[in-house]
Write a protein of this length. Sequence first.
Length: 537
Amino acid sequence: MKRWNGWGSAEIDYPVPPSALTYLNDALGPPEPGPSVPLESIVRRLPPSRLPDHPLVSLDPELRLRHARGQSLPDWIALRFGRLDRFPDGVARPGSDQDVEKILAFAKETGTWLIPYGGGTSVVGHINPPPADHPVLTVSMERMRRMSDLDEASRIATFEAGVTGPHLEAQLRARGYTLGHFPQSFEYSTLGGWIATRSSGQQSLYYGRIEDLFAGGRMITPAGRIEMPPFPASAAGPDLRQAVLGSEGRLGIITRACVRVSLVPQLERFHGIFFPGLEQGAAAVREMVQSRLQLSMLRLSDSLETDVSLALTGNERMVRLLNGLLRVRGLKDRDEKCMLFMGITRARGLARKTRRMALEIAREHGGVHVGRKMGNEWRKGRFKTPYLRNALWDLGYAVDTLETAMTWSDLPTATEAVLKALRQGLEDRGERVLAFSHISHVYATGASIYVTYLFRLAADVEETLARWKKLKASASEALVARGGTISHQHGVGLDHLPWMESEKGKLGLQGLGALAKVFDPGGIMNPGKLFRSEWTR
Ligand SMILES: Cc1cc2nc3c(=O)[nH]c(=O)nc-3n(C[C@H](O)[C@H](O)[C@H](O)COP(=O)(O)OP(=O)(O)OC[C@H]3O[C@@H](n4cnc5c(N)ncnc54)[C@H](O)[C@@H]3O)c2cc1C
């Protein structure tokens, strides 16, 4: 069973190892265990639904609660402290395009606002109900998860949009193919959600971001159907797929998507490399990507993230051996060591050549190759790390992440500014913040930075939320001022709305609003997300 107020399956726990606990205690101070109100106490308080009966709609209170929030830190705070004031009035579960059209007709008749819902893994408030006078209906795509076609000659697979990562990969792998889209939320997030948020998977360097993989499909809007044939390329004016990508449920419901698939690779390897500092590591990574080496992942942690990741292994003996090895291979104890995971996904012969060239570049920048063991461990635990959030909350620590992308020239100053904003963000409240980052997705022209930050929960819900708001605002201001995008992969939702105008401009946002008016003249699709409308949190 999926946790209703945390991450993932209730059967999976990821306890914090004692070495990491000591580390956190030293860095942030001793915590007070975080609150966790029981599900029943919220279900009992749910207001009655404002919706009339409909065969495709459930009004079940627990189901409404389970679809009320996503995975952002404010969502966690609301759920764990039991401070929720808004719920969808019902949850619809269409099984076909015709069902989706019936739901849209029902919404128009009853003045209902709709929130398309994939896996509910949004971390920026995408799926939260607005404070509306209208009834609000969440449209869960969970029943629409079939692969309807696999065109092997063209390497295009067509799926219903509610398919989750594991179901999509299982259907493709049974035929020898893969999509290769592996966001860390892979277990629960859906194809429709990936498209609607412009998601990026961990191996996007090889397979591409979702915008490279999304070849066409169908979106059903209140004004009718939009069909996007999977042309290999087209010069017939602006590409409608670009309007659908990142549309965050504002234009309509994506019901099917044609995606570009690859043969399951012959070989997939993840290597660990340590650099004496971030500057050297970043220079190596930049050179690798600009040399067009066909790697599948380059993930470079700063020295603090490297320390925390090693503490989190809970394997002190392994860390001692590793430090010994690095010393023998020329890294000094005083070096601010940075760990790189390098992925290679290729045919066997090509992989060897790529590996040799990449390691040569790494060596030129002082990198020490430590083999594949750490890379294998990372790969095994790649979807497990988010489970740590549950244990950390129980201990009394809040964890949040933010991400951005900028050119290589802006990257060092922007990263420093964001980390500084976070580390100093709660000084006025006498609280410390642990903030670290990694370069997560790389491009010839720049890279994305993924920042994780931790702070202590307060006993009081308002104070906890105030801490988060302060940190979120100062980090976002810092990254936008230094040339970063407000989001590289998580999207806009509610939490990034205040920074949209500085990124798109007034006229740009008016253009997006005008587009939404054409597809959704009544303004019933996920109002308030992506760009401002009648209400904003
Ligand atoms: C632990 C964790 C790790 C994450 N790691 C990554 C990562 O590595 N990379 C990354 O890109 N993101 C990541 N995310 C963010 C999140 O998983 C992505 O934004 C994901 O694409 C959301 O997919 P979903 O199916 O859960 O969509 P939801 O959260 O259900 O919805 C997100 C938005 O998409 C819209 N939507 C969903 N389905 C449809 C549809 N069929 N038609 C129209 N609109 C639709 C919704 O209305 C909403 O606006 C992570 C989140 C968590 C909690």
